[in-house]
Design a protein around this ligand. Structure first.
Ligand code: ZN
Length: 567
């Protein structure tokens, strides 16, 4: 009777753990998707004084015509095969960029046009709805009275409200399927001819489509890049009058097999090319968030208010009047306000003045480190409680029977070997958002991982049953009154697998926490954490099915039956 009760209790525990894991997975996923940045209302002028009105020109700055071209999903490698881009590179600045994570289009477009990475802008996925809450180059150009023109997908309207900022827009639906860059460039040239814009933004979507369809290493991708290059060539040729600044860059790259969102080199190590007056011939490194301030300084505009990046020194041949200084003052105000928001007044202790960009970076990095350390201290109890509960499960199994513990641990080992052979070996997945080539694949991916978790757990139960048999000289079969014991072995195995996952989840909760209050978690470990929680959820089903596997071994395995015959 007691054994049956324990069995029922074990199943209940496993299902409860599964339910908890499911709730936590949903909560954590939504925390990233629906992240509400505390920084969009940051008072960046508190420390450095109010910024002059956009309508008053930056003192001494040359107002240069500017052409910004974002080529969605273009890898650095492919860009170096493109004739027009290579010619611009040769005459201007060749910048190796790092894109932020998640390296998805909306977050990266927003970073490129505002200088605010996802942590600041709050744009963390392509599911973002409504207009972004940070100032962009569109706002700055229009607010400064520059004639703004925009040609590209209509997402530019939903995200940045470009049609409210200018009457000079040519927008096409994103998902038309066919090649659009030719028409987008035609429209841009038409706008340039009829509206004479001082600030022209063009977004070319086709390379990204080719990447999703066949991968960054595919023939189609290379051909599409070449075709886009030819269209870019028409744009540059028509508009290059020696007085025009060009800035060309992607939002992110693509993996060779197609996809982005994660941390892979070809995805996050991208490029920017700047050419024209005010550009120094140079090769340097920077981040995507530095692009908008750099464009602003070259163009003679104020930089967007919440840019976390700064104008790239090596790209500028001069300060363009006070434009570079204005950006430094703005960036100082941002860094101080950011550090104070993140870590409170202690973050600003001992500060006098700033002379360089690296000092600003150090200030922000120190504030982040302070906050992260204090967050981690506060999360120790909850993480420890979970780890202790997980290890407690192993203790209970071990106290009931050391053989059952050894068998369950062997099962857990088999589970991990099988699950990860499938995950990494058979499917070739990584702990990366790039694993989903398209958003529509997310649910199917999760479902398939859960099915594999159940399958691996049932195999683990079989392994546990065999190990248990091997540990007894005279195994006792289910017919000798050991039915409950054999059933319980299946539950113990599943609980052990969940406990091992529980310890890993506890580590993540200590490191990054489940909620996103002021930053996103490291998305490599965040992805693993999500996959862990999905497994723990699916294992609730294995706790019901697994006992049948161990029971069958106790009932029909020759060794167990042999013992019965003798007994
Ligand atoms: Zn894409």
């Amino acid at each position: 009777m007691k054994r049956w009760l324990l069995l029922a209790l074990g199943i209940a525990c496993s299902i409860a753990a599964a339910y908890g894991a499911m709730q936590l997975a949903t909560y954590s996923w939504n925390q990233v998707v629906e992240y509400r940045s505390p920084f969009v209302d940051l008072d960046t002028e508190r420390f450095t004084g109010a910024r002059p009105a956009l309508s008053s020109p930056v003192p001494g700055a040359t107002q240069r015509r500017t052409v910004v071209v974002l080529i969605d999903g273009l890898t650095d490698e492919a860009s170096r095969q493109m004739k027009t881009l290579q010619a611009l590179r040769a005459s201007g600045a060749d910048v190796r960029l790092t894109a932020p994570q998640p390296s998805l289009s909306y977050p990266c477009w927003t970073t490129a046009f505002s200088g605010a990475p996802p942590q600041i802008s709050g744009v963390t996925t392509n599911w973002y709805e409504g207009r972004v809450k940070v100032e962009t180059l569109f706002d700055v150009a229009a607010g400064s009275g520059r004639r703004l023109a925009v040609s590209g997908p209509d997402d530019l309207d939903s995200l940045f409200g470009v049609s409210e900022l200018t009457s000079a827009t040519a927008l096409v639906p994103w998902d038309e399927g066919e090649y659009r860059s030719g028409r987008i460039v035609d429209a841009a040239l038409e706008l340039a001819r009829t509206k004479d814009p001082g600030f022209l933004v063009v977004l070319l979507p086709d390379v990204d489509d080719a990447g999703h369809a066949e991968g960054g290493a595919s023939q189609r991708y290379a051909e599409t890049a070449a075709r886009v290059d030819a269209d870019l060539g028409r744009l540059v040729q028509a508009l290059d009058d020696g007085q025009t600044v060009f800035a060309v860059f992607p939002d992110h790259g693509h993996t060779p097999e197609g996809g982005h969102g994660g941390w892979e080199e070809p995805v996050v190590r991208t490029f920017a090319v700047f050419a024209g007056p005010g550009v120094r011939h140079a090769a340097t490194d920077a981040r995507l968030e530095d692009v908008a301030p750099t464009v602003a300084v070259l163009s003679g505009l104020q930089a967007p208010r919440l840019a976390r990046g700064m104008a790239i020194e090596d790209v500028l041949s001069d300060g363009n009047g006070r434009a570079r200084d204005a950006d430094f003052v703005r960036a100082s105000g941002f860094a101080l306000a950011y550090a104070r928001e993140v870590a409170g007044p202690p973050a600003l202790a001992g500060l006098e003045s700033f002379k360089s960009r690296s000092e600003l970076e150090r200030l922000m990095a120190r504030a982040q480190a302070l906050r992260l350390a204090s967050d981690r201290r506060s999360r120790v109890p909850q993480a420890l409680a979970l780890a202790v509960a997980a290890l407690g499960v192993l203790a209970v199994v071990g106290l009931a029977s050391w053989r059952a513990l050894v068998a369950s641990l062997s099962g857990a080992l088999a589970y991990n070997a099988l699950f990860y052979s499938l995950y990494f070996g058979v499917h070739g997945y990584r702990w990366s958002l790039s694993t989903f080539n398209e958003e529509s694949q997310v649910q199917a991916f999760f479902n398939a991982r859960m099915a594999e978790a159940v399958f691996a757990a049932l195999v683990a139960c079989a392994v546990a049953g065999l190990v248990y048999l091997a540990l007894r000289a005279e195994p006792k079969g289910v017919r000798q009154g050991h039915a409950a014991g054999w059933l319980a072995l299946g539950v113990a195995t599943v609980l052990t697998i969940q406990a091992v996952i529980g310890v890993q989840v506890a580590w993540f909760l200590w490191q990054w926490g489940a909620s996103c209050v002021w930053r996103l978690p490291d998305l490599f470990w965040g992805f693993k954490y999500d996959v862990d929680l999905l497994q723990a959820t699916a294992l609730g089903a294995a706790a019901v099915l697994g006992p049948a596997v161990t029971y069958a071994i106790g009932r029909w395995h020759p060794r167990a039956r042999g013992a019965e015959a003798h007994g």
